[in-house]
Ligand binder design. Structure first.
Ligand code: PBG
Length: 314
């Protein structure tokens, strides 16, 4: 094929994966004294605030524009109170002070902070108490904004969470803080390694009452429409690889930026196969490229450090 010749192939390449597309997740753990390797995510660590700052500096120097922070608190209770003051707020302050150019996003959810591991406050039967949960999510988002976060990312798929958070941010003068909503979050087995990484206590059943059935696609469109109406600035599809069709559908139907979360299970399976030499590490590039080709404007990925030194790929 004439267009596949050296030099010409690059000129006609339709999709380019760049460092500017990537967001790197960093987990900050209040219970450790030094970085702790995560067994289920080979090559990744839970960090202290200090090592989170160096990790953030390293990815920023590689040209990755953004990170997303998750926290592991030293104390968990029924209502997830430690989400309001603690390791994530302190990390935001410290990272923004030392690396102001880096975009700092923070995950807004209760599942890492509640003793039962649910994404919200629950009644005796384990059902989410919507009003109390929304109040908590509003306060968490506000505490992140006060700490200087650049963007908040509510991840619990709780009804009306985007509208509630937007209202609180606006009322407190944070009209310029965007919301990236986990709009189409599937009830997926690919989150397994993450739950180990953040020491989730979640054991009961699954999250099928508030996360989406993997069999549904129209439902994702309805969820995105609702989030956009409530003020979401960026909508997310999670996981990415088993849901490339959803990314494509959302991108072609809504005129909003779409993020895709290349989740822990997707990282673990690829990384393990590469470590075993069953796959070449360029499979990482091919995988992330497929997510971008499907329509993602940005990709949250644990591979950001692995891939960024190699991009743009020639
Ligand atoms: C919820 C949250 C989860 C992930 C991101 N935000 C866990 C869950 O829904 O159980 C998963 C990320 C991953 O698997 O990489 N705070």
């Amino acid at each position: 094929m004439r267009l596949r010749r050296h030099g010409v192939a690059e000129m006609v390449r339709e999709t380019r994966l760049e460092n500017a597309d990537l967001i790197y997740p960093i987990i900050v753990d209040d219970t450790i004294k030094g970085p702790a390797e995560i067994a289920s995510l080979p090559g990744l660590f839970r960090h202290t605030i200090e090592t989170a700052v160096s990790e953030a500096a390293e990815v920023s120097d590689l040209g990755v524009p953004a990170i997303i922070l998750f926290g592991v608190p030293s104390h968990k209770d029924e209502t997830g109170n430690s989400a309001l003051t603690g390791v994530v707020q302190d990390s935001i302050r410290e990272i923004k002070r030392q690396i102001p150019r880096l975009v700092v996003i923070a995950d807004v959810c209760l599942c890492e902070y509640t003793s039962h591991g649910h994404c919200g406050l629950v009644d005796d039967e384990g059902h989410i108490l919507i009003d109390q949960t929304l109040k908590m999510l509003q306060n968490i988002a506000l505490s992140y904004a006060k700490a200087g976060v650049d963007m908040v990312a509510p991840s619990g798929m709780i009804d009306n969470m985007v509208g509630a958070i937007r209202k609180t941010l606006d009322e407190n003068g944070f009209t310029q803080v965007p919301i990236m909503s986990y709009s189409a979050k599937y009830n997926s087995k690919f989150y397994g390694p993450f739950r180990e990484a953040v020491k989730s206590t979640y054991k009961l059943g699954d999250r099928s009452t508030h996360q989406m059935d993997p069999a549904n696609s129209d439902e994702a469109m309805r969820e995105v429409a609702l989030d956009v109406e409530e003020g979401a600035d960026i909508v997310m599809v999670k996981p990415a690889l088993p849901y490339l069709d959803i990314i494509y559908r959302i991108k072609t139907s809504f005129e909003v930026p779409v993020a895709a979360y290349n989740v822990s299970g997707e990282y673990a399976m690829l990384k393990s196969a590469i470590n075993l030499r069953y796959l070449e590490d360029n499979a990482i590039y091919e995988t992330l490229l497929s997510i971008k080709r499907a329509g993602a404007d940005m990709i949250i990925t644990y591979f950001a450090k692995d891939i960024s030194a190699k991009l743009p790929y020639i």
